[in-house]
Design a binder for this molecule. Structure first.
Ligand SMILES: C[S@@+](CC[C@H](N)C(=O)[O-])C[C@H]1O[C@@H](n2cnc3c(N)ncnc32)[C@H](O)[C@@H]1O
Length: 535
């Protein structure tokens, strides 16, 4: 190095360095021609061979804290310099893949020679399997533009890479297609590769997408702008969101039970992206039946039930993660969710809303009811001992227990043939809210199923713990509009339906559990009085 003439440019110096160092490389381990210049290291000492490579590693800003004990997947590892670096930072295991066999065989020799915790494989992005290859940290460094060049879209590339990432994804990539190596080829179009697109797609899959810095090492070597991006916090609803162009998940969860419900902003307004529970009848219905139900709901002038939006062909997205999603317009008060999510504004007159729900669903055809009937779950089995424990020492506990026992005993009288209506099936306070315009809205169609024509009104009365007087008034309005009177079987159905909820919510007690139990018991009390009246 001392022998170098003083007038040598930085570029000449590096070239000279590389030449000298490649002579020093172990005889049988030769750097393949395909290795990137900023990837060249001394195969004996594993140290970078030139200043650019040192500068790059420094600019990555990676530390032992980031890598110690982690598994790493290095996609497009080339000569393996970054995999080596990850192992030096304490990564537990690294899987390094590349499509160029020459590079894979070179790096395999290096790994073997140094007994590094790295497995090297000849594989392309599409050969990787999330079940087997998922790693804590994924490196997609200087590879994304090549994937686009090979015909993959930015959306598909990022979706695939995200599925392989358990914690953190690092992407280093050209800022745009004016990068000389891309521009020279002239294959990639701006509309297929630009930073807007990359950030947008990453944001669909990760909660934290962070621009780390522009990398100067490349700028030193040529006129190129490279950007380092770090993405972490995998989103659960990402797969279905990738079908929604220009949508942003804003990290406001509206979840109340165990299924994800996320708030999403789109150019068409604020939406709610909801995972359907696996037992939802909606998942089993033929598309035509679903369409029929939504067509009937669209005729409702009150628009009391919030219906899902169509994106492309369907209202139901079956995502790769095995979940199905639906997208609904957001109908609550945004101010209730920013800056911190609060409960939504409840409705003033739940029974009036339940009557409107019945009116909205009354137009569903017999054919549709018949199809839905086939997919309606049977009334649940109830373990009364767990229930009795929650009833406790009320003064009328004996009567109430007796009544519930009677209701359960008559459960089998509710046969599929007696189910004469499509019902919302979940008219509890969490699903009934007031819009900013003061209109009552019913959300969450998950539990739509066949029930009886008075089911929604009665279950709503139970969930809200409404009094006998209030419920009698609502029932007399309903009876005047229906083709049959209220029967004991309606009460049997509603009570058993609610007991199912009661049983499930015993498992998921939360802070409002006691209040809900108290209300529900009051509701059962009202049902007991109604039942006596019908005797
Ligand atoms: C520019 S080099 C980057 C090397 C290394 N990741 C780094 O940043 O130092 C790009 C590498 O990606 C590899 N590559 C290109 N298409 C690939 C694909 N579909 N799957 C896996 N690797 C690919 C190439 O063989 C090449 O070694």
């Amino acid at each position: 190095m001392n022998a170098l003439p003083k007038t040598m440019t930085f570029k000449q110096k590096i070239n000279k360095d590389l030449q000298m160092n490649s002579e020093a490389v172990m005889k049988d381990i030769k750097f393949p021609d395909a290795s990137c210049r900023y990837e060249i290291y001394d195969a004996e000492t594993l140290k970078p061979e030139n200043e650019s490579t040192y500068v790059r590693l420094m600019e990555l800003g990676w530390s032992q804290e980031d890598f110690a004990g982690k598994t790493v997947l290095d996609i497009g590892c080339n000569s393996g310099a970054l995999s080596v670096y990850a192992s030096q930072l304490g990564a537990k295991h690294i899987k390094s893949v590349d499509i160029q066999t020459e590079l894979v065989s070179f790096f395999s020799k290096v790994v073997k020679e140094h007994s590094l915790p790295i497995s090297v494989a000849s594989a392309g992005v599409n050969d990787l399997d999330p079940q087997k290859d998922k790693a804590d940290i994924v490196l997609l460094m200087e590879v994304l533009h090549w994937l686009v060049d090979q015909g993959m879209t930015v959306a598909d590339s990022i979706s695939k890479i995200a599925s392989l990432t358990a914690e953190t994804l690092y992407i280093e990539t050209p800022w745009d297609i004016s990068e000389p190596a891309i521009a020279r080829k002239g294959i990639i179009k701006h509309s297929d590769y630009n930073m807007d697109l990359i950030i947008n797609e990453l944001s669909k899959h990760f909660e934290n997408v962070c621009f780390v810095r522009f990398m100067t090492y490349f700028g030193r070597m040529k006129d190129s702008r490279r950007v380092l991006i770090r993405a972490s916090g995998r989103r659960t609803a990402a797969l279905s969101l990738s079908k929604l162009r220009d949508a942003n998940l804003v990290s406001v969860s509206l979840v109340r039970g165990s299924n994800h419900i996320e708030m999403v902003t789109t150019p068409d307004g604020v939406k709610v992206l909801k995972t359907l529970p696996r037992n939802s009848a909606i998942l089993k219905l033929p598309n035509k039946t679903l369409e029929d139900i939504f067509a009937v709901l669209a005729l409702d002038s009150n628009k009391v039930i919030v219906t899902p939006e169509r994106i492309g062909e369907s209202v139901l997205y079956l995502a790769e993660d095995g979940h199905s999603y639906m997208l609904f317009p957001f109908v609550g008060e945004l101010s209730n969710f920013f800056p911190k999510p609060l409960a939504h504004k409840p409705v003033q007159e739940p029974l009036q809303v339940a009557l409107d729900v019945r009116r909205a669903l009354r137009g569903v055809s017999t054919n549709t009811i018949n199809t839905l009937r086939e997919h309606t779950p049977k009334l649940p089995m109830i373990d009364l001992s767990a229930l009795y424990a929650t009833i406790g020492e009320r003064s009328d506990a004996i009567r109430l227990k007796e009544f519930l026992r009677e209701m359960i005993a008559h459960k089998d009288k509710v046969t599929m043939e007696t189910l004469d209506a499509v019902i919302h099936g979940d008219l509890q306070s969490g699903n009934m809210l007031t819009s900013p315009m003061g209109e009552p809205k019913v959300v969450d169609l998950d539990l739509i199923r066949c029930g009886m024509i008075y089911s929604d009104i009665l279950t709503c009365a139970i969930f809200f713990g409404l009094s006998f007087d209030e419920v009698s008034k609502a029932i007399s309005i309903a009876v005047a509009e229906e083709t049959r009177a209220l029967s004991k079987l309606d009460i049997v159905h509603a009570v058993n339906h609610c007991l199912g909820w009661f049983r499930n919510s015993i498992k998921t007690e939360d802070s409002s559990w006691e209040l809900r139990v108290k209300r529900t018991l009051m509701g059962f009390d009202t049902m007991m009085q109604l039942n006596q009246l019908l005797s």
